[in-house]
Design a protein around this ligand. Structure first.
Ligand SMILES: [Zn+2]
Length: 248
């Protein structure tokens, strides 16, 4: 689901009749409510949506061709019989400025926010994260309205792609010796923030859902195989292991 930017207060969704609490209003273009006005164009650089989209699509295409993680996810989706056609299932769009991207389970589409996810690194991270939601939705029959299902797929996405060992040591949160505990705390925190970004629940409710399913979902490493810890060697090893796990 929606991938919130770091260090931002979560933007819980306001109610909309049909999808109350789902957070789809984080993608204003999808709801037809985003109206670029003169103030936006002058002061926030809006008005270049088409150019922005072309640039975003180019970077997405580059990730699809080059990023080992994105390639693992695309291969896993195909091998699992999930319908994945980049031009139909991955979309660059304008979003609320609080998010980088999201997964829309009704349309089965990954959304990359062309106005906030600008660097290739960010786009690669968002793509991998949201493709894990797509994979879970396809292979595990998720009900995204069920907060425990949502918590589980957010735990998996955080576990497999975020919370890097190297960055956590550099930031002073971790030594190699307490990495395991720190890594679990990082995954929990990230999953709670992600649940809060798309569901209109309290912090305590989000945390409770994450804690309840944590052990089972943290141990579930398919399809990436080993946790990605921010070192290129791990990307390469994960890519090699993907063959062993039957993905190409
Ligand atoms: Zn997510």
């Amino acid at each position: 689901m929606a991938e919130p930017k770091e260090n931002k207060d979560q933007t819980t969704s306001q109610s909309s009749e049909n999808y109350e609490g789902w957070g789809f209003d984080l993608f204003p273009e999808r709801r037809g409510t985003y109206k670029p006005n003169l103030k936006n164009i002058l002061f926030q650089g809006r008005g270049n949506e088409n150019l922005e989209r072309v640039k975003c699509e180019r970077k997405v295409a580059s990730c699809l061709n080059k990023s080992p993680l994105v390639k693992i996810m695309m291969g896993a989706l195909r091998r699992s019989g999930c319908d994945i056609n980049p031009s139909r299932h991955i979309a660059c769009e304008l979003c609320d400025t609080s998010v980088h991207g999201g997964y829309d389970p009704i349309m089965n589409q990954v959304v990359i926010c062309q106005n906030t996810a600008v660097s290739k690194g960010t786009i690669q991270g968002v793509l991998t994260h949201e493709l894990i939601h797509m994979f879970d939705n396809c292979t595990r029959k998720l009900d995204f309205r069920n907060i425990e299902h949502l918590a589980c797929t957010e735990i998996r996405a955080a576990n497999l792609t975020h919370c890097g060992l190297v960055s956590s040591i550099l930031e002073g949160h971790s030594s190699i010796f307490n990495f395991r505990k720190k890594h679990q705390d990082c995954v929990k925190h990230k999953a709670v923030i992600s649940v809060l970004a798309v569901r209109n629940v309290t912090y305590e409710q989000a945390k409770e859902a994450v804690e309840k399913v944590f052990d089972r979902c943290y141990a579930d490493l398919e399809p990436i195989g080993r946790r990605i810890r921010g070192k290129s060697v791990d990307f390469e090893l994960a890519y090699a292991e993907a063959f062993l796990m039957g993905y190409d």
